[in-house]
Design a protein around this ligand. Structure first.
Ligand code: GLA
Length: 398
């Protein structure tokens, strides 16, 4: 902390910061690419966070600096309608959150903020949503405003679409709402979190493929295309009221009897849309089964569901890559109960489930068989680690 305080002083001069805000990243255990279809997901927060030191300003200017030199300082004025920086600029995550808080809870005051992140960027661990949550809390704190957590998470999820990616609401909800030692089953519209204790013996190994998947960059179009496919597939059923009366959402689809769900899948003539649709409805069912498996500490069943999720993401949803498939195989051969890509895909991380005894074997196998032959950054500890489900975002007055 004193290192960070020194950097704050160097960047902004006296007086010192008034708040420390932190927000964790997440690893999604199961339920991928279905939050934007309104179906439940099951992530945990990781013990790696974005931390922000903040000092209120007397005017309506925001100045932000980042300890990572890849992200240069940014300055802008708070208005009700803030023009974005160029696409891909990290400052847009700050603007997204500030504009939302201004519109919903404003008028708010300006601030100087220093951002320090222990979350690898573009690794599928939601460093960007953690930054959005931390910034939203910052804007509220400096303005001495308060907002109900779920309302804020829901609002900031929509607000993040400012950067151009039509993301769902999972990442913001878990970053704000996580509880130590538990996964959260997150339901949408309205947002609701149900906490599921993670059994003591379970270990989740998170491992980066080293392939960057930047949500506001290269992956944006592919991500938005998947979401459009998911919406187009549903629209076919919604438009056919004679065959599918009462179907308006994916929630309606997954509550049909099993034979009807199968019929709904087969009714989609376009092969790509049929596969996207099949992924969504089957993944939705896997999340509910996984929640039950976790509640009865059934490691094997949970692991099988994770593997089925990976296969579906690879074949039906087409968001995997050779590197992620290779890592899943390595983890399984080393004794994991299950493994899958996590996050949006196209790169980023896998998550593997094992018990306390075998987790070190999974880590060792990945080191030897995946990382040894690649050029790995110095901070491999932030790219390959065993997660402890951690708590959500916090604000401390200094
Ligand atoms: C990204 C989005 C989330 C979710 C995942 C895929 O992380 O931000 O809303 O859609 O991809 O499950």
């Amino acid at each position: 902390m004193s290192d960070l305080a020194n950097r704050f002083a160097t960047q902004f001069g006296p007086p010192g910061p008034a708040y420390l805000i932190s927000a964790p990243g997440r690893v999604n255990l199961i339920g991928e690419h279905i939050d934007y279809a309104g179906l439940p997901v099951l992530p945990v927060a990781v013990q790696r966070q974005v931390r922000v030191l903040v000092r209120p300003r007397a005017d309506r200017t925001v100045r932000v600096a980042n300890c990572d030199p890849a992200f240069p300082p940014r300055t802008f004025a708070i208005t009700n309608d803030i023009d974005p920086f160029p696409v891909g600029d990290w400052g847009n995550y700050i603007k997204a959150a500030v504009q939302h808080v201004e519109q919903r809870y404003g008028p708010i005051g300006g601030f100087d903020a220093l951002v320090d992140s222990a979350l690898p960027v573009a690794a599928g661990l939601s460093s960007s949503s953690a930054l959005v949550i931390a910034t939203g809390l910052t804007a509220l704190a400096v303005s001495r405003r308060d907002a109900p957590a779920l309302e804020l998470a829901e609002g900031l999820a929509l607000a993040e679409q400012y950067v151009g990616t039509r993301g769902g609401g999972m990442d913001q909800a878990i970053s704000l709402g996580a509880r130590e030692g538990a996964a959260a089953k997150i339901e949408f519209a309205p947002l609701h979190l149900t906490y599921v204790p993670v059994p003591h013996e379970w270990r989740f190994v998170v491992a980066s493929s080293l392939v960057a998947a930047e949500k506001s960059g290269a992956v944006q179009e592919a991500y938005n295309n998947r979401r459009r496919d998911v919406e187009s597939a549903l629209a076919l059923l919604v438009g056919d009221v004679v065959r599918w009366p009462g179907i308006e959402s994916y929630r309606d689809v997954v509550s049909l009897p099993a034979v009807e769900i199968d019929a709904a899948i087969s009714s989609i003539a376009d092969e790509t849309l049929r596969r996207r649709f099949r992924h969504v409805v089957r993944e939705g069912a896997r999340v509910l089964a996984a929640e039950q498996a976790m509640r009865r500490s059934d490691l094997e069943a949970f692991g099988e569901l994770m593997c089925a999720s990976h296969v579906s993401l690879r074949d039906d949803f087409e968001v995997s890559r050779a590197e992620l498939n290779e890592m899943v195989d390595i983890a399984m051969e080393a004794g994991a109960a299950g493994a899958r890509l996590t996050g949006a895909g196209f790169g980023g991380c896998i998550v593997a489930l094992s018990d306390r005894g075998t987790a070190p074997d999974v880590v060792t196998a990945l080191r030897k068989r995946y990382y040894a032959s690649r050029s790995v950054p110095d901070d491999l500890d932030n790219l390959l680690f065993v997660t402890e489900p951690s708590g959500g975002a916090s604000v401390s007055a200094l």
